[in-house]
Design a protein. Structure first.
Length: 508
């Protein structure tokens, strides 16, 4: 790994060093703001949540024909119409103890504590975690949905959720899309459900990121609310069960590198922030910063980004300008909604070292922010372990971690790097390993035992005779036999493609 010019692991070298100057890059214009602002959503949402609460309570106490019930349903229908007319959809989602309406978190205080708690309880009892609709429900639609939530049938939350879906289908109510809540962290990590949720989250994140970067490149205004939902989905998934989502970062799509890289950095940053003790709301901010850290590259010509040869001095100056170009792009996004200011600092600082060298060169010395240090570590790791147009072979993840930890000239915060190593283990998720049993494996996750950091959980992808297995069994390398000897030990790491194996396939 090169140590020159403040280039982080995996960053492309140039044929020379930038000597200054200014590169003219077209700035994207900002189109008119669309949709409701967060303040408006909160104002309508506060009344909307109260309306749902009142309708639920009235349906529980009175027959549906009662005037009080009908008035509550009419008011709820009107408020819902305002949200659909303004944002084109209405999405109500539960995440832990929080309620979100159209990606905006509803504030909890003493005045609305009762309604919040009641709605949370009814939805949990019915196994509902999300309600979404893009057209306006009628009073009848609301009656059928809320009547079930106020008096759910079935023994378990899963059974109640299935019965609710059947109730809606039997009554031809197709306006609502309902989904179960995110499962808690005590569910089996290797469950099919966890993998499917992770795949949906990852796919939606890459698609949305692609739309955002292409929109900025074309001078259009991206859908910020949709972006917020993506970040919230990543945070929720990491908090519930991080292994499946981190495993998908091994896909590292060559053709869509720019977009998958942004999503991977967001995932790594959120998972690392969780290990460092950040709150859920802080993780949302950090996830935003990670997802947008490279948005400045949307203003760099694609032929330079995808150039397979070394860059000229002039081309390198253009690429090296992407941090401050990212700040300009985020300032334009800020005009549309309440955009986290920390994201701009991260976009500007993520290629700076601890001593403020690297790039861009800062005219006014200031300490690098905590979020920037986290994203710099995530960015450096994912960049170095991904094959790109100008890098035919990705570096071994274990070697990259070792370099980040031991080479002080990288300028990364040693405490954060240490936490990152603890998160991924000495052998990060996706590392291809050869075992002393002649079996081949792919690291599935770090060992939960701190003293077994060098003995991860491995998915066996080939038996001792070389027969490829899919999906393969999980093996804990910390397991011993009756005499205290380890069943399996890693001999070396390697490139899975040389064995005809793609690591990402085992996380799909």
């Amino acid at each position: 790994m090169s140590e020159s010019g403040g280039t982080p692991p995996g960053d492309r070298p140039s044929t020379g060093t930038p000597t200054g100057g200014r590169q003219s890059v077209a700035r994207a214009s900002t189109s008119a703001t669309t949709g409701l602002g967060e303040g408006t959503v909160r104002a309508i949402g506060r009344t909307w949540v109260l309306g749902v609460y009142v309708a639920l309570r009235n349906l529980k106490m009175y027959p549906v024909e009662n005037a009080v019930v009908q008035r509550a349903l009419e008011e709820l229908t009107v408020l819902t119409g305002q949200l659909v007319d303004g944002d084109g959809e209405c999405e109500f989602r539960l995440a832990g103890e929080f309620l979100f309406l159209n990606a905006t978190r509803m504030k909890l205080d003493l005045d609305n504590y009762t309604s919040f708690s009641y709605i949370l309880g009814r939805c949990r009892d019915a196994g509902v975690g999300l309600i979404r609709f893009t057209s306006k429900p009628t009073g009848r639609d609301w009656t059928i949905l809320l009547a079930f939530l106020s008096n759910p049938q079935g023994r378990t939350a899963t059974e109640r959720f299935e019965l609710l879906q059947k109730r809606l289908a039997d009554n031809n109510v197709g306006v609502f899309e309902i989904l179960p809540p995110m499962e808690s962290a005590d569910q089996p990590e290797d469950s099919l459900e966890a993998k499917e949720r992770a795949k949906r989250t990852y796919a939606e994140s890459v698609t949305t990121t692609k739309d955002v970067i292409n929109s900025v490149r074309m001078g259009a205004s991206p859908n910020v609310k949709k972006i917020k939902r993506v970040v919230q989905g990543i945070v929720d998934q990491i908090l519930a069960e991080e292994t499946s989502l981190i495993g998908l970062t091994t896909i590292r799509d060559y053709d869509d590198y720019t977009f998958t890289h942004c999503v991977n950095v967001c995932i790594f940053s959120v998972a690392l922030g969780r290990r460092l003790g950040l709150t859920r709301l802080q993780l949302y901010d950090l996830g935003f910063a990670g997802l947008f850290h490279d948005i400045g590259k949307s203003r760099v010509p694609i032929d330079i980004i995808q150039k397979p040869e070394s860059l000229t001095d002039e081309e390198w100056r253009i690429v090296a300008a992407h941090p401050w170009l990212g700040v300009l792009a985020l300032f334009q996004l800020r005009e549309q909604s309440e955009f986290p200011y920390r994201s701009m600092l991260v976009a500007y600082q993520h290629h700076m070292k601890r001593d403020l060298t690297g790039y861009p060169r800062s005219l006014r010395m200031a300490e690098i922010t905590f979020y920037s240090k986290i994203v710099a570590v995530a960015d450096g790791f994912d960049a170095a372990t991904t094959r790109r147009a100008y890098m035919n072979e990705a570096m071994d993840p274990a070697e990259v971690l070792k370099e980040m930890r031991d080479n002080v000239r990288r300028g990364m915060d040693p405490v954060i790097v240490k936490a990152f190593v603890a998160l991924l283990g000495i052998y990060p998720v996706g590392t291809f390993v050869v075992l002393d049993t002649f079996e081949l494996g792919i690291v599935h996750g770090a060992n939960p035992l701190p003293e077994m950091v060098s003995r991860p959980i491995v998915r066996l992808v080939s038996d001792a005779l070389g027969n490829v297995q899919h999906p393969g069994d999980l093996a804990d390398l910390a397991e011993r036999d009756a005499e205290g000897n380890f069943h399996r030990t890693i001999i070396k790491t390697g490139d899975p493609e040389r064995y005809g194996i793609r690591a990402g396939d085992y996380f799909l």
